[in-house]
Write a new protein. Structure first.
Length: 485
C-alpha cells in the first residue's frame, strides 16, 4: 500500500512565520507530493533488470574501457542497476524521467528493505542540511546515469554549453566513425536486450502460441529533445555501387524519372492511383536481379536487369544475351545513362551485403497486392502500438516532455525505459482480459462504436465501407444541413 510520506511523524517541519501553511519539505520539492514505493514493486523491477543480463553487458564494456584496475577513489554510492530499476519504477507511475525526480525517489521514497535491494549504503550521521543533502543525491544520481551513457555514446562531447563554430569544427574533425559505429551497436544491443527480457516475461503458453513469426515493424517519429526532427523529403537515394534505392528495391541508375518519382507524384496528387500502380509495375523491370542466393553472412552478387539469359530491359551500354528471348522490353534512353560509369556498369555483377540494403529492404513491393493483403493486418497492429505509446494519458512517447536530456544516447535510454513499462503494461492487460473473459464466459460484448466518418464515408486508407452513404442520406432529404461543395 502506498503511503504519503508527508503524513509520517517526524518527517516534516513547518516554519509558519516564513512559509505559512507550507512545510519545509513541500517548499524544497516545489509542492509535489511523493509516495513511498512498495517493496514488492522494487523487487520485481530489480529482478527484471538483473535477469535481462544488461548489467553484465555494461560491466564488460566498462572493463574494456578501463583495463587498468585502481584501488583509489571514493566508492560509488549508486550502482547501474539502481539507476535502471529506479527509472523503470518511476515510469510505472507515469512520472517524468528526470534525474531530480529519481534522486528524490532514492532519498525519500524507498523503505530500508528497498534501499537494501538497490545496494545503497547505510546512512551515516546527518551533518548536512536538507538542501545540501538533496543536492548531493541529485549529483550522485546524475553521475551514475551518465556513467551508463558514457559506455555506449556514439557522439561523446560537451553538451552543457553552446559551442562556437571553431569548437564545433574541432569536434567534427576529431569524430571517430569506427567508434561511432561500435557505440551505436552497443546502444541498440542495450535496447534489444531489454525487449527480449520483456518477451520472456510472458507465460510460456503465449510465447509458443504460434509456430509462425507474426511481427509488424514500422517507424514512428517522436519528438527529440533538440529541434532536429525526422523530415520526409526524399523516397529514393543513391546507394552502393551507384544503385538507386527506391522503397526497398535496388534499381538501375538510369531508371526513367517518372518511374522513380511515382510515389512522390502520388503524394503530391499529380497522378491518380491507377497511373501510380501502372508506373510501379513498369518500374519493376528496372530492378536488379539476383545472380546467386545469399550466403550465410548475407552477401549476395547482384547484376543489372539487362544482363543474363532473362533480361527485363535493354540498355545501349550492354548487349543482350544470345539466349534471351525476342519479347518486347523497356528501353533505356541514351540520355538517361550515367555520364561516368560505375563499376557495376563495367562488371557482370557486384557483391551486396545486408548492410548495403538492410535499411531500405522490404518484404513486399510497396502498394503491390501482396503488400496490400499483409498491410491491412500489420498496419492496424502497429498503429495501435504507436497510439498506445504516444497516448498523452499514458507514456506520452510523442513528446519529449517526460525525457528532457541532452544527447542521442541518453534519449534512447529513456525511450527504452518507457518501452519497458509500455510493453509490461500491455502484457499485463492482456492477461487481465483473459481472466475476466474466463470469469464471465456468457458475457455479450457490445458492438464497437463506429465513428460517423466511417459510417457515412468510404475511407480507402482504413479500408472501411460506409454503412449508409452520405450521398444516399442527402438524396433522402435526411441531412440536417446541406453538403458543402
Amino acid at each position: 500500500m502506498a503511503t504519503d510520506i508527508d503524513s509520517v511523524d517526524g518527517v516534516d517541519e513547518y516554519d509558519s512565520a516564513r512559509f505559512g501553511g507550507f512545510s519545509l519539505l513541500a517548499v524544497d520539492r516545489a509542492g509535489s507530493v511523493d509516495l513511498m514505493f512498495e517493496d514488492n514493486q522494487v523487487k520485481a523491477t530489480t529482478d527484471r533488470v538483473k535477469k535481462s543480463e544488461v548489467l553484465e553487458m555494461l560491466a564488460k564494456w566498462h572493463a574494456g574501457d578501463h583495463p587498468d584496475y585502481s584501488q583509489g577513489g571514493r566508492p560509488r554510492i549508486i550502482a547501474a542497476h539502481a539507476v535502471l530499476a529506479g527509472l523503470v519504477v518511476l515510469g510505472q507511475e507515469f512520472s517524468p524521467l528526470f534525474m531530480r525526480g529519481l534522486s528524490i525517489a532514492f532519498q525519500t521514497r524507498l523503505s530500508p528493505a528497498a534501499r537494501s535491494m538497490l545496494e545503497f549504503p547505510e546512512s551515516g550521521s546527518d551533518r548536512l542540511g536538507a538542501r545540501k543533502k538533496c543536492q548531493r543525491w541529485e549529483k550522485n544520481t546524475n553521475n551514475a546515469f551518465h556513467r551508463i551513457v558514457g559506455l555506449m555514446d556514439p557522439y561523446p562531447t560537451e553538451r552543457h554549453k553552446a559551442l562556437t563554430c571553431t569548437q564545433a569544427s574541432e569536434v567534427l574533425s576529431a569524430h571517430d566513425e569506427d567508434h561511432e559505429r561500435a557505440m551505436k551497436l552497443g546502444l541498440d544491443e542495450f535496447t534489444n536486450t531489454f525487449m527480449l527480457m520483456i518477451y520472456n516475461e510472458q507465460p510460456r503458453r503465449l510465447r509458443g502460441a504460434s509456430k509462425k513469426i507474426d511481427v509488424s515493424i514500422d517507424q514512428s517519429s517522436i519528438a527529440p529533445p533538440n529541434k532536429k526532427n525526422y523530415s520526409k523529403k526524399t523516397l529514393g537515394e543513391r546507394g552502393h555501387a551507384a544503385a538507386q534505392y527506391i522503397e526497398g528495391g535496388v534499381y538501375y541508375p538510369a531508371t526513367p524519372t517518372p518511374l522513380k518519382d511515382a510515389t512522390k507524384d502520388k503524394h503530391r496528387r499529380l497522378i491518380d492511383v491507377k497511373t501510380y500502380l501502372a508506373r510501379v509495375k513498369e518500374r519493376s523491370a528496372f530492378e536488379r536481379h539476383a545472380k546467386e542466393r545469399p550466403d550465410a553472412s548475407g552477401k549476395q552478387p547482384l547484376r543489372w536487369p539487362e544482363l543474363g539469359d532473362s533480361p527485363t530491359i535493354t540498355c545501349p551500354l550492354r548487349e543482350l544475351s544470345k539466349k534471351a528471348s525476342s519479347q518486347e522490353r523497356p528501353d533505356v534512353e541514351q540520355n538517361d545513362t550515367p555520364e561516368f560509369l560505375d563499376r557495376i556498369c563495367q562488371k557482370h555483377s557486384v557483391l551486396f551485403t545486408t548492410e548495403d540494403t538492410l535499411r531500405q529492404k522490404q518484404a513486399f513491393p510497396f502498394m503491390s497486392p501482396e503488400w496490400d493483403e499483409f498491410h491491412n493486418h500489420a498496419r492496424q497492429s502497429i498503429e495501435s502500438l504507436h497510439s498506445g505509446f504516444k497516448d498523452d494519458g499514458k507514456e506520452v512517447g510523442a513528446s519529449s516532455g517526460r525525457r528532457r536530456v541532452r544527447g542521442f544516447t541518453a534519449g534512447q535510454i529513456l525511450v527504452t525505459i518507457m518501452l519497458i513499462n509500455f510493453n509490461l503494461r500491455t502484457i499485463a492487460k492482456f492477461l487481465r482480459d483473459e481472466v475476466e473473459a474466463e470469469s464471465e464466459p456468457d458475457r455479450v460484448r457490445a458492438d464497437p462504436i463506429i465513428r460517423r466518418r466511417d459510417q457515412v464515408w468510404e475511407n480507402p486508407y482504413t479500408k472501411t465501407t460506409a454503412r449508409d452513404s452520405i450521398l444516399d442520406i442527402a438524396a433522402r432529404g435526411e441531412l440536417e444541413s446541406p453538403l458543402r461543395t
